[in-house]
Design a protein around this ligand. Structure first.
Ligand SMILES: Nc1ncnc2c1ncn2[C@@H]1O[C@H](COP(=O)(O)OP(=O)(O)OP(=O)(O)O)[C@@H](O)[C@H]1O
Ligand SMILES: [Mg+2]
Length: 244
């Protein structure tokens, strides 16, 4: 098991947000993290990636406990992280975004060319400033930046939020391809998870900073099952569902 999160507690200063989260993902597997707004999904990703230090629990990766290591050490060991927000250098071109990241990793220069081979959409926009990319292009660049480090685990924090169904399908295809090549993927999803669930093996539910359930993703795709689950979530948090 390349990544196993056990009973992790974490938060911001004195505010504890995660009160015990468990998660594991194997090589070649896509695991979905599902939960309502504010459940702690991003906090979990930040904690695994070393941007937050857990106050309890462990993050086992490749036989070591990486909990408490710096973000730089965690990424050097092979955990790639695509944050939900601010995930590119907006003022730099696409190529310079990739180059800047490549400077931090030995032998990573060649991988800029690999990225352009894999994502032609970025090659076409190599000299364009990241700030001017479409939402889907920006998320593609953010994921590519993480791939420059040649990770074995990839953490994706809602890379398709608010984007068109066609891009969701494209992202699912790319990520599935990475998984086929052996990548362990943790994919945080909040809205319209069906397509992503279909590409994944298991789904971990996070609610109120806790792991509350784990499912075979196929089970959640049975008619009505997902709606039932999301409805249960709402009922547990009266008044907190966004007014859409
Ligand atoms: N930098 C921060 N400082 C203090 N509290 C924070 C900070 N970031 C998030 N929180 C709080 O932590 C809790 C969990 O937030 P988090 O961003 O992890 O949720 P999430 O599940 O990713 O939600 P969403 O689906 O909206 O992205 C929320 O109550 C939030 O207000
Ligand atoms: Mg989030």
């Amino acid at each position: 098991m390349p990544l196993e999160v056990k009973d992790v507690e974490s938060g911001y200063g004195k505010v504890t947000v995660l009160h015990g989260v468990n998660l594991k993902v194997a090589s070649g597997e896509i695991v979905v993290v599902l939960g309502p707004n504010g459940a702690g999904k991003s906090t979990l990703m930040k904690t695994i990636a070393g941007h937050l230090q857990p106050t309890a629990g462990s993050v086992e990766f490749d036989g070591a406990d990486v909990a408490g290591m710096s973000a730089q050490d965690v990424s050097r060991r092979g955990i790639g992280y695509v944050p939900q927000e601010n995930n590119v250098f907006r003022e730099l071109t696409v190529r310079d975004n990739l180059r800047v990241v490549s400077l931090a990793f030995p032998n990573a220069q060649d991988r800029v060319a690999n990225v352009f081979d894999r994502f032609p959409i970025l090659a076409e926009r190599a000299t364009q400033r990241a700030a001017t990319l479409s939402g889907g292009e920006r998320q593609t660049l953010a994921m590519s930046s993480a791939l420059i480090a040649d990770p074995t685990v990839l953490l994706l924090d809602e890379p398709t939020a608010g984007l068109a169904p066609m891009f969701v399908a494209q992202m699912v295809e790319w990520v599935s391809e990475l998984a086929t090549e052996g990548m362990a993927v943790v994919w945080v999803v909040e809205q319209n998870p069906e397509k992503i669930l279909a590409a994944s093996t298991r789904t971990c539910l996070v609610e109120g900073g806790r792991s509350t359930a784990e499912f075979e993703s196929a089970e959640l795709l049975e008619p009505g099952r997902l709606q039932e689950l999301l409805l249960e979530e709402r009922e547990e948090e009266p008044g907190e569902s966004p007014a859409t």
